[in-house]
Design a protein around this ligand. Structure first.
Ligand SMILES: *Cc1c(COP(=O)(O)O)cnc(C)c1O
Length: 465
């Protein structure tokens, strides 16, 4: 069969022109939203699609008006999908606190205000005292020195950039000694061996996956060794028959051999989190005090701030980094400094557990969440929705503390006519989108990661389903 056979192509006469589609009611509305150039391109796409569809239809089923209506529906659909793929606020009802797909750490109120206030002009590199050029990030760096006890600090785009920068500056063309147990992949495509080799450093593996001794490190150090690298195993744990030298032992060895001890700590804990079950996470101040020369960590994991990579360590090493052209390529902008400054300020004031959402959410007990969940369940009046409050677990997420799964209470939802998958999808497509989980065939909502301000949105959305 030939699609250009006479009779078939007659249906093309019902196709609207690009201009006709743009002049339709939908066309005019979308053009005013998105601009003529983009909507013209979309109109062409839609008409091409319809040409394909029409070649298989019969002329007597069609009219100019019905085809135009179909074109309007299609262009509105494409435009809505395009808008929906942009960045939007979502409600995280998953109970995963540092959810990398949902933007990791939600910022504190102080950080949000700080972002907005410097969005126009600000004194990022201007000294208001002297009226001369100022130093970028000076305040954040001094706060980081205070929080960690390090000689100096510097901030780059993320922890992967921080590790890449440290290795490039100090270890390119030289050897980096690392335990086999730490050659890991940590969330979001960060693979220690790949970052190492891309920086030009040469990997020197020592020990075994579960046990590495100080003597293993010592034997591996030679003339060409630049540093010992210690990587915090953020998202996994080796348990059982294990051994790893302490930071103190590694520092003693590194300094005796005149090389650098660098720890990639990852999650960025600046005060002891034993009270919330995170006693396993290295506290940056302790690592520095134990003799590490350089420590790197993320700004948007347990620190609770914006995406950034923080490097702290001996002042002369940080100064070498500051002068390297690669630092210029990896530096952060005023928005990051503003949000980070506000976050660090909350830590320094001792207000972190009150003001920083990540730590506040982590410190909620299952009882706190149970009270909120029962109140919430009572507020949703929807006969088609069967609501039950059940026990469950939240997660830290973001490749931090995999063994810690705080007890929580979950709001389990069952709909009389929708399946769990359908209900999950409806929540995800609401405004704002609600991201939930399915546990044992039921959609569940964990209020641990839902702020009080978001509860009214959530009640409205559930009542409207
Ligand atoms: C998370 C993590 C990284 C990557 O940090 P980003 O800020 O996501 O680039 C690197 N190293 C460790 C140990 C981590 O935990």
């Amino acid at each position: 069969m030939n699609s250009t056979a006479p009779g078939k192509n007659d249906t093309f006469k019902f196709l609207p022109s690009v201009d006709e589609l743009l002049r339709s009611e939908t066309g005019r509305r979308l053009t005013s939203e998105g601009g003529a150039q983009r909507l013209t391109a979309l109109a062409r796409t839609v008409i091409d699609e319809l040409r394909d569809v029409l070649k298989d239809r019969k002329g007597n089923e069609l009219s100019k008006a019905s085809v135009l209506m179909e074109a309007e529906t299609r262009i509105a659909g494409i435009w809505a999908a395009e808008l929906g793929s942009g960045l939007r606020r979502v409600i995280n009802a998953t109970g995963v606190i540092i959810h990398t797909n949902l933007g990791r750490a939600p910022l504190s109120d102080g950080a949000r205000e700080a972002l907005a206030s410097v969005a126009g002009y600000c004194n990022i590199e201007y000294d208001l005292e002297t009226g001369r050029r100022g130093t970028r990030g000076a305040r954040v760096e001094s706060m980081l020195r205070e929080l960690t006890g390090a000689g100096d600090a510097i901030v780059v785009n993320n922890c992967a950039a921080a590790a890449f920068l440290v290795l490039s500056v100090f270890a390119a063309g030289r050897e980096v000694v690392i335990s086999r147990g730490e050659l890991v992949e940590i969330g979001g495509d960060f693979r220690v061996p790949d970052v190492l080799s891309r920086s030009g450093a040469v990997l020197k593996e020592v020990g075994t996956t579960n046990r590495t001794r100080i003597a293993d490190y010592e034997k591996a150090i030679s003339e060409t060794t630049a540093m010992i690298l210690k990587v915090h195993p953020s998202n996994y744990r080796i348990v059982g028959f294990t051994a790893m030298p302490s930071i103190n032992e590694l520092a003693e060895l590194a300094h005796r051999k005149d090389i650098i001890l660098y720890e990639d700590a990852g999650s960025g804990v600046v005060s002891n989190l034993t009270s919330i079950g995170l006693g396993d996470e290295p506290v940056i101040k302790d690592t520095i005090a134990a003799g590490a020369d350089i420590v790197t960590f993320s700004g948007d994991k347990l620190l609770g701030g914006p995406q950034s990579g923080i490097i702290v360590g001996r002042a002369e090493l940080i100064e070498t980094i500051r002068k390297d052209p690669l630092y210029r390529a990896l530096r952060v902008d005023k928005l990051v400094y503003a949000a980070l400054e506000a976050t660090l300020d909350a830590h320094l004031r001792g207000a972190a557990f009150v003001e920083i959402p990540v730590l506040r959410m982590l410190s909620l007990s299952a009882d706190d969440i149970a009270d909120r969940s029962h109140q919430f369940a009572a507020a949703v009046t929807k006969p088609e929705l069967n609501i039950e409050v059940i026990r469950g677990n939240s997660a830290v997420g973001g490749g931090s503390a995999p063994m810690v799964q705080p007890d929580t209470m979950l709001i389990a939802l069952e709909h009389t006519s929708l399946s769990a998958d359908q209900l999950e999808s409806k929540l995800r497509k609401s405004d704002p989108p609600v991201i939930s989980r399915i546990v044992d065939g039921r959609v569940v909502i964990d209020l641990r990661t839902v702020s009080k301000d978001e509860e009214s949105d959530l009640t409205r959305i559930l009542s409207a389903i």
